[in-house]
Write a protein of this length. Structure first.
Length: 155
């Protein structure tokens, strides 16, 4: 079975670890790659140094409050880039401000999830995201050689 690749863009080490634990407890084969700022996320997605040999993700989990380049800017850049715009982006952040929710959807976020405060709810939310995006949704296959695309015949 081919691994499902998730790019987690998260600067909080505790939240990154909780997300890793939740994904590892899944029955699905998931490979999690974590970057801790928006600049690294864009370099990774565009396969620029030092990520030139990185394989593209199937899904991006994106925090909004990031150093260097904000999560909203990362989202804008992804959705403006022809090679990346089809990549599903799940905003996973602590803010439930309606203005941020609206802006993220206007910028092309596929969904917006507010991080719960307690451990068990956080684990459930991440498991739900994984279940939905990789067991329910039919994602477009990626084409070989393109940033944000992978070769092969599916998942």
């Amino acid at each position: 079975m081919q691994k499902i690749k998730v790019l987690l863009v998260e600067d909080n080490p505790g939240d990154a670890e909780l997300t890793r634990q939740a994904l590892e407890s899944s029955k699905l084969a998931v490979e999690l790659v974590t970057v801790d700022d928006g600049e690294k996320a864009l370099l990774y997605l565009r396969r620029e140094p030092p990520y030139r040999d990185a394989s593209p993700p199937d899904l991006v989990l994106l925090d909004l409050n990031l150093p260097k380049v904000s999560g909203e800017e990362v989202l804008r850049e992804i959705k403006a880039d022809r090679a990346l715009r089809g990549l599903p982006v799940v905003v996973l952040t602590s803010s439930d401000a309606e203005t941020e929710v609206s802006r993220c959807y206007a910028e092309g976020a596929n969904c917006y999830v507010v991080k719960p405060v307690d451990f068990s709810s956080f684990m459930e939310i991440v498991a739900s995201i994984e279940q939905f995006w990789f067991s329910v949704v039919k994602l477009a296959e990626r084409k070989a050689g393109e940033p944000g695309k992978k070769s092969g015949g599916g998942r």
